[in-house]
Design a protein around this ligand. Structure first.
Ligand code: GTR
Length: 336
């Protein structure tokens, strides 16, 4: 063989080998998908832990075809950005408060209404009921949502905290600048209670509390504790004015490319994550309350009479937003 021919042969065979290896890589890339998951909370927080565990199960049960890479602690931005990234398929899984989801499917806003649930146990029963499934399906089937509603997650009840003074009565809220999540229902709720509601992202809140841009905010004990907001706002008043379930959403762009059996498996594991998150949540809530007590936070429990006054005070919010949810609210109230 001429030297020139031999060189050509060598070049051709190495090109074939290179092509074969690219082919093998793309096959394995198709076969193994690493989903990006995100949450505003840090690793170890109940919702984050539940999704991490769900990812491990998915990985084991599909022989590694799918796994989850968690991006916690607002690494991919706040919830608005998280929703957008999931809609375009840059992220596959996001755990979002229903607070900002009302803008995607209006019915979800029913869970954002003040005092819509009697207590946390009632909210849990509702999301576990047919109503919970219907709302997940509404999101999945809404032509413009580009999201699949996988399951619900716990987030307890939200209560006011502030840096100025102990809030014991409705009147004590008067004039306080209180950060609320960016949904007009919440700002109107704060204002109806006599405070000055300020819409702001969760990512800006620590600095705003520290610099006095706001006097306080409202959240469940685990968020108040893990975000260290208690270091700047030492009065926590158990008002439980909002009980807002959280939702795990999946990118429809990714979903539509998955085989039916894989979709079904993910839905099943998500239901398990919903139950697992609840146990983790109850434990974390207790631990956070203990931590707050240890830190010397003044924890004030609203009396039933004061709570009743708050429920009356938010009537304008119900008058403004509630009418369209009348039937759904009736069904929620009927869940005993
Ligand atoms: C937390 C919730 C977050 C976020 C945050 C907030 O309770 O888990 O998803 O909504 O509140 O106040 O922005």
């Amino acid at each position: 063989m001429l030297r020139r021919d031999f060189t050509k042969l060598l070049a051709a065979s190495s090109a074939t080998a290179a092509l074969a290896s690219i082919g093998a890589r793309s096959v394995s890339a198709q076969a193994k998908q690493v989903w990006k998951a995100t949450d505003v909370h840090a690793l170890g927080y109940p919702t984050v832990e539940a999704v991490v565990r769900m990812g491990k199960k998915m990985e084991t049960q599909t022989n590694g075809r799918y796994s989850i890479q968690m991006y916690p602690a607002m690494q991919l931005g706040g919830e608005k950005e998280m929703i957008e990234q999931t809609q375009v398929g840059a992220v596959q899984i996001a755990r979002i408060s229903i607070g900002p989801m009302g803008g995607i499917v209006d019915e979800l806003n029913v869970f954002n209404m003040p005092f819509v649930f009697r207590d946390v146990a009632h909210a849990q029963k509702v999301v576990d009921s047919a109503i919970g499934q219907e709302l997940l399906d509404k999101l999945s089937n809404a032509p413009t949502s580009r999201l699949i509603g996988l399951c619900w997650m716990d987030s307890g009840a939200r209560s006011f905290y502030n840096s100025k003074k102990p809030i014991r009565t409705l009147e004590d809220l008067k004039g306080l600048k209180i950060r609320m999540m960016g949904n007009p229902i919440f700002v109107d709720t704060a204002n109806a209670l006599g405070a000055n509601g300020i819409a702001m992202g969760f990512d800006q809140l620590t600095a705003a509390l520290q610099t006095g841009v706001v006097d306080g905010a409202e959240n469940n004990p685990p968020s108040y504790e893990t975000q260290k907001h208690y270091q700047f706002a030492k009065y926590y008043s158990i008002s439980e004015h909002l009980i807002i379930p959280e939702i795990l959403v999946f990118s429809k762009a990714t979903w539509d490319k998955m085989p039916k059996e894989d979709q079904a498996l993910l839905k099943k594991l998500a239901k398990e994550a919903q139950a697992e998150c609840r146990t983790l949540w109850m434990e974390k809530e207790k631990a956070s309350m203990a931590e707050l007590q240890k830190a010397g936070i003044e924890i004030i429990k609203f009396s039933p009479e004061e709570k009743k006054k708050m429920q009356v005070a938010v009537k304008p919010v119900w008058d403004k937003y509630g009418a369209k949810y009348t039937q759904l609210v009736q069904r929620i109230q009927d869940v005993k």
